[in-house]
Design a protein around this ligand. Structure first.
Ligand SMILES: [Zn+2]
Length: 91
């Protein structure tokens, strides 16, 4: 993968949008995203929309779900994806 990112920029930007909002992209990808969102109004709008949605969701979740339960859910999800060893329903 070298200099051919221009053609897939929008697809890439949409793909990276959530990681970008969550701050999970690495430095070079972050730069690519910033530049693209700056220069591409449709993707910039999508980013604005997703970001505000993200804020609303996290705010609402913080309001409705007790932090205790939220931690348990996060631990569950993280633990679940962390150890995918194979047979899901083993008695
Ligand atoms: Zn774009």
């Amino acid at each position: 993968m070298n200099e051919n990112h221009a053609a897939t920029d929008c697809a890439q930007a949409i793909e990276w949008l959530h990681s970008y909002i969550d701050g999970e992209l690495d430095e070079s990808d972050l730069d690519t995203m910033r530049i693209h969102l700056d220069q591409c109004p449709p993707c910039g709008d999508a980013h604005e929309f997703e970001r505000s949605l993200h804020v609303v969701i996290s705010t609402k979740c913080a309001e409705t779900i007790p932090p205790d339960l939220r931690d348990k859910l996060i631990a569950l999800v993280v633990g679940e994806s962390g150890k995918s060893t194979g047979s899901p329903a083993d008695p």
